[in-house]
Design a protein around this ligand. Structure first.
Ligand SMILES: NC(=O)c1ccc[n+]([C@@H]2O[C@H](COP(=O)([O-])OP(=O)(O)OC[C@H]3O[C@@H](n4cnc5c(N)ncnc54)[C@H](OP(=O)(O)O)[C@@H]3O)[C@@H](O)[C@H]2O)c1
Length: 290
């Protein structure tokens, strides 16, 4: 990757042990950038040896000064279900950094007073707070991460049957490497400030087609077995979802049966490479399903 480097200070990556942040860290290193990775538990973070790892907790703004020391740009992943802690975090960030690249969601709408569901609502609120902070910002409004389908891995390993709801919901899932590649451009080049990028995969597949693609990647025939939204809702809540988050997701999947999720070409426009397909993602993650 060739990026025009404009960053003089370090780049702090939050969520550095997560799906997207881990990729941002390794791609920034590959681009030759000074990168600092933040985690609550440096001892178990398993980050590359040549990366500076710092302890920090977004729920405790007092832990962030040290992590942000001499940092110019920050990749922000928000791990909570509300924006409650964000004002205190941004107060610290703006004392140190100049620029924030925020991992947001494609479901955020600019043309409504009230967002449709609680996930969109907290992302919209954090975007608003960042815009008002005086920091330079870029929002990466992503479609569903392909890593969401890792939630099927246990069923696939057990008997090859995915029992879930809205099999015909059609989504343009995105590879975490593509989100990270865009983040690297936004963190290291000029020209991305004030931009809201809608990032998606290159095609929209039904959930049933996603399961077949995983089957091809692991060379095992897999099956979809439709369950009702009510049963799925019970499972989601038993798995830790709040009722309002579960309802928001179920309503969204129901909508995607009638209306395919949009596909954009922003990944290719920004990085110069087409977004990876879900089939490629499944090949990259075959070992997670085997
Ligand atoms: N899934 C989707 O389809 C989708 C779509 C669009 C946007 N998003 C957004 O993407 C974000 C999740 O990204 P991801 O999947 O890459 O993350 P992830 O794999 O779920 O990892 C969560 C990260 O958050 C960190 N974290 C958790 N609690 C923390 C705290 N109190 N302080 C600091 N860091 C904390 C964890 O780090 P440590 O445990 O090491 O501290 C970990 O690196 C969410 O904001 C989500 O809304 C997701």
């Amino acid at each position: 990757m060739s990026v025009r480097e404009t960053t003089t200070g370090a780049i702090l990556v939050t969520g550095a042990t997560g799906n997207v942040g881990r990729q941002v860290v390794s791609q920034l290193r590959h681009a030759g950038t000074v990168v600092r990775a933040m985690t609550r538990n440096p001892g178990s973070a398993k980050l590359p040896e040549n990366v500076e790892v710092v302890r920090g907790d977004l729920s405790d703004a007092g832990t962030l000064d040290a992590a942000l020391d001499a940092v110019e740009s920050m990749f922000l992943v928000w791990p909570f279900n509300t924006a409650e802690a964000a004002p205190a975090v941004l107060d610290v960030v703006k004392r140190h950094a100049r620029r924030v690249v925020y991992l947001s969601s494609m479901s955020v709408r600019d043309d409504v007073e009230e967002q449709a569901d609680p996930i969109s609502a907290f992302h919209a609120e954090i975007e608003r707070l960042i815009e008002e902070s005086g920091l330079e910002w870029t929002f990466l409004r992503c479609s569903g991460l392909a890593t969401n389908t890792l939630g099927w891995a246990e069923q696939i390993r057990a008997d090859g049957i995915v029992r879930w709801t809205y099999g015909e919901a059609t989504r343009s899932l995105i590879h975490e490497r593509d989100v990270a590649a865009v983040a690297v451009h936004a963190l290291t080049e000029v020209g991305h400030s004030g931009r809201k990028y809608i990032l998606t995969g290159p095609e929209a597949l039904t959930q049933v087609e996603q399961v077949y693609a995983i089957g091809e990647a692991i060379d095992r025939p897999l099956r979809w077995e439709e369950i009702s939204p009510e049963v799925a809702r019970k499972q989601m809540i038993a798995g830790g979802w709040t009722p309002s988050f579960a309802d928001g997701a179920l309503d969204y999947w129901a909508k995607l049966v009638a209306e395919r999720e949009p596909v954009t070409h922003a990944v290719e426009q920004i990085t110069g490479s087409p977004a990876r397909t879900f089939r490629q993602w499944a090949i990259d993650h075959a070992s997670d399903f085997s």
